[in-house]
Design a protein around this ligand. Structure first.
Ligand code: MN
Length: 483
């Protein structure tokens, strides 16, 4: 493709473009192209093709002009030897900050886990000031995963594993469902080749039948909704991502018969009220599977995901899943934090201000406590434990949602609410029943902490806490008691 076509791709999706938007993108394009002129990717392609691919991905996420420019320039410092001062002089402070944030640490200074942890620390510090850094880094990683086959064998697995353990969970926490799914499926065959082959074959065999059933349901549903004068904006069949199917299979004894959402019908309607009306119409026509109706509109997932899910008996021996949502919910489910930038909510910073800041408050928390942990190994294991493990969300008696890592215990909940509540804990009720401190919390549990002024932590509590934050508070309280 030629320069003009590239530039058209990079600027056509800008929302409310300013006069100098196209100009900064084309200057960044020319600058980066010249810098990488003599460099090649391992695939033999010109290095610059990577920069364009990253920038195009950012454009497809409706990111702003400076982010797209930074995407074009993201390797000019680390791999092209351009100083940050020069980037700032040419493109301004904001673009230079973004490029610096995306740049990994000096290549040969650190090795293995130390370098890895240090560069993650640096990444999170930058992200806490401006979340666009993370979106660029994810776009960079996604393109690197697409071209991973050209990388040396022993490096492939390491990079793919890092993608599964760090980058995909970050995308998930930012609600970027599409990028998360793509990253996982690209990494899957390198990390678990046998399992990948098994799940691919299984999905291929099963999704054919499921899709046929969904097509029939879709036709019938359209007729029904026409009578109710509900308009469907779009409907499509989403096939479950491979890695996510694999994870689900592991949770269900590897029994494919227990999984009903290999293919799902996704119905998009104009308003939230329409969502519930469609659900009503569906349940009036087909028998729903008990216990499988999920209202993520009233109770969104911790990463913000909203939708109605139901599984129905198709009447011919099959069971299929239907997902119902509005367009806005759909965009947020696919693009997460990036969807917010495009809505021009003016919320590019994650420094605790505005709706976006509140939603992604955990990044601030992460930066705060990563300063307190001692070594890089501890930082990494805590990071994986506290922030990227699958989450459970439980409620306070007042209905506030507390988002915790899987397998969290009552003390983790108490300290997540407030350290004062943790320190004074005298008993715990889950769903109105008194429980012991080793009770694992489950999604949707209502947790009430009974406090007493005379209560105080004991050394035993440390074995009843999973999160680093709870352990830290307990240790601090114990140290005070000793004095
Ligand atoms: Mn890159």
């Amino acid at each position: 493709m030629n320069t003009n076509n590239h530039l058209k791709n990079l600027t056509s999706s800008l929302k409310n473009p300013q006069a100098d938007d196209a100009e900064i993108i084309s200057r960044a394009y020319e600058f980066a192209e010249a810098i990488h002129k003599d460099q090649k990717r391992l695939s033999g392609e010109p290095y610059f093709s990577h920069c364009v691919a990253v920038a195009e991905l950012l454009a497809s996420l409706n990111m702003d002009a400076k982010t797209i420019a930074a995407g074009l320039l993201h390797d000019t410092h680390e791999d092209g030897g351009v100083t940050l001062a020069e980037i700032e002089k040419q493109f301004g402070k904001e673009v230079a900050f973004l490029v610096d944030g995306v740049t990994k640490l000096g290549k040969y200074k650190y090795r293995g886990v130390v370098r890895h942890a240090e560069s993650l620390r640096k990444l999170f510090l930058a992200v806490s000031k401006d979340m666009r850094v993370l979106v660029i880094r994810l776009a960079d990683r996604l393109h690197n995963m697409k071209t991973l086959s050209h990388v040396r064998d022993d490096k492939q697995r390491r990079i793919a594993l890092e993608t599964l353990e760090i980058y995909a969970p970050i995308a998930n926490r930012l609600g970027m469902g599409r990028i998360k799914g793509d990253l996982e499926d690209l990494a899957f065959p390198y990390v678990f080749p046998k399992e990948y082959a098994w799940v691919s074959a299984l999905r291929k065999e099963r999704s054919k039948n499921a899709t046929k059933r969904l097509e029939k349901i879709h036709r019938d549903l359209q007729t029904l909704l026409h009578g109710e004068s509900v308009e469907i904006i779009t409907a499509d069949y989403r096939i479950k991502h491979l890695y996510s199917l694999y994870r689900k299979l592991l949770r269900y004894d590897k029994d494919i018969e227990k999984i009903y959402d290999i293919a799902a019908l996704r119905v998009i309607v104009p308003t939230e009220t329409d969502c519930y009306r469609v659900l009503g119409v569906i349940h009036g026509m087909w028998q729903p599977l008990p216990g499988r109706i999920k209202d993520y509109i009233a109770t969104p997932k911790p990463n913000g995901y909203q939708s109605l899910h139901t599984s129905i008996f198709t009447g011919d021996g099959g069971i299929v899943e239907i997902q119902i949502r509005t367009n806005k919910m759909h965009e947020e489910a696919e693009y997460g934090v990036a969807a917010h930038f495009s809505y021009k909510e003016g919320l590019r910073h994650s420094n605790g201000e505005g709706a976006l800041g509140k939603k992604f408050h955990w990044i601030q928390e992460l930066v705060k406590w990563q300063k307190q942990v001692s070594g890089p190994n501890e930082f990494l294991s805590n990071l994986q434990m506290d922030f990227f493990k699958d989450r459970v969300f439980v409620f306070t008696p007042k209905g506030d949602v507390i988002d915790l890592p899987e397998e969290s215990l009552p003390l983790d909940f108490a300290y997540a609410v407030h350290s004062g509540i943790g320190d004074r804990l005298a008993g715990v009720k889950v769903n109105n029943k008194l429980v012991s401190l080793d009770t694992k919390l489950k999604n949707g549990d209502i947790v009430e902490i009974v406090t007493k002024k005379t209560s105080a932590p004991s050394a035993k509590w440390l074995s009843y806490a999973k999160t680093a934050i709870a352990k830290k508070h307990i240790k601090a309280a114990l140290a005070k008691i000793k004095k």
